[in-house]
Design a binder for this molecule. Structure first.
Ligand SMILES: CC(C)(COP(=O)(O)OP(=O)(O)OC[C@H]1O[C@@H](n2cnc3c(N)ncnc32)[C@H](O)[C@@H]1OP(=O)(O)O)[C@@H](O)C(=O)NCCC(=O)NCCS
Length: 221
């Protein structure tokens, strides 16, 4: 999330055609699919999510290691409108995290292409701190990984986490992201350049971990 867009002024209205040979589902550009797990439901953002996201994502413990979130409800509304324009352009997707059975947005997962056609992509995420440590992140992340590798057709998904962000690094590791290096003094936050870890998940590893998980399921007849 560190270098993920969180500001409407970063708006870019360009559209890149997918690289030749890549099969990409185009439906998500019209409207993001609803991704449903046991505890979480991920859906497209709406302007009405702005007050809840403002309340949950602007606290110091959530925001201290990520790109500064909007500082007003209006700012979140502009950010949400920007996410919808970028989704229509096919370069970016942002899911609201909701708890199954409720519709309040309690967090976000963002994915942006870093290569035209989403061959490679970067993601970021933030969840309101009252919802940390409950398994919501992991379940939401698994739904987003399936969207990224199967619907977008990406082969590599990167993330950056400030080294000081213990929870962010722990969260990435537990879903199978591999730390590939350290980007020294690469993230300016509160007037200080922080080191970031670069993580990646590649499609082959993701598919292999899913089939291993399936092999470990005991079938009872
Ligand atoms: C990142 C985020 C979405 C993860 O959600 P979460 O519910 O806190 O994640 P989880 O509790 O499932 O996983 C965090 C893991 O980090 C571990 N952890 C916590 N503090 C840690 C630390 N200081 N050092 C190392 N690991 C730590 C936790 O023990 C947990 O692992 P476990 O479940 O195996 O015990 C959430 O913490 C958040 O929104 N943080 C603020 C925004 C942010 O930093 N986003 C960018 C991340 S790169």
């Amino acid at each position: 999330m560190e270098k993920m867009p969180f500001r409407a002024e970063l708006d870019v209205q360009t559209f890149e055609a997918p690289a030749a040979g890549r099969t990409i589902s185009s439906d998500w550009r019209q409207q993001l699919p609803v991704l449903t797990g046991r505890q979480v439901r991920l859906r497209e953002l709406r302007a009405s999510d702005a007050p809840a996201l403002f309340a949950l994502l602007t606290t110091d413990e959530v925001a201290r290691f990520i790109s500064p979130p909007p500082t007003t409800i209006e700012g979140f509304k502009r950010f949400i409108a920007w996410t919808l324009r970028q989704r229509s352009a096919g370069t970016y997707a942002c899911f609201a995290v909701t708890v199954a059975g409720q519709d309040t947005a309690i967090g976000l997962f963002q994915v942006r292409e870093t290569e035209p056609g989403f061959g490679t992509a970067e993601w970021g995420f933030a969840i309101g701190s009252p919802f940390w440590g409950m398994g919501l992140f992991q379940e939401g992340a698994e739904l987003v990984l399936q969207f990224v590798f199967e619907t977008l057709g990406a082969h590599r998904l990167e993330a950056r986490a400030a080294l000081r962000n213990g929870r962010g690094n722990g969260a990435l590791r537990k879903i199978g992201a591999v730390q590939e290096g350290v980007l020294r003094r690469s993230f300016l936050r509160n007037g200080e350049y922080l080191d970031q870890a670069l993580y990646a998940i590649v499609d082959d590893d993701w598919r292999a971990s899913r089939s291993t998980a399936r092999e470990h399921v005991t079938v009872v007849h």
